[in-house]
Design a binder for this molecule. Structure first.
Ligand SMILES: [Zn+2]
Length: 75
């Protein structure tokens, strides 16, 4: 993964002109794909969510959306 920080818009908190990191593509059913950039505080929050998601390995679900929701919210 490219870990280069560039100045721009955070797509999570919408802070602009801040160092942002490309985290991957966003896929929209209606508008196509776009690059997903986040600022440092948002990257830290997402890293915590990813870490929590991966610690909860007891949820077995083949559907990535419902699996993510179950892991994130215990649904
Ligand atoms: Zn942000």
């Amino acid at each position: 993964m490219d870990r280069t920080w560039n100045r721009g818009l955070c797509w999570r908190c919408e802070d602009d002109g801040v160092p942002v990191l490309w985290l991957g593509p966003v896929q929209s059913a209606e508008a196509g794909d776009a690059p997903f950039f986040c600022c440092a505080p948002c990257v830290r929050r997402l890293e915590a969510l990813v870490s929590a998601y991966n610690r909860r390995g007891d949820v077995v679900d083949e559907n990535p959306v419902t699996s993510m929701l179950a892991r994130t919210y215990g649904a």
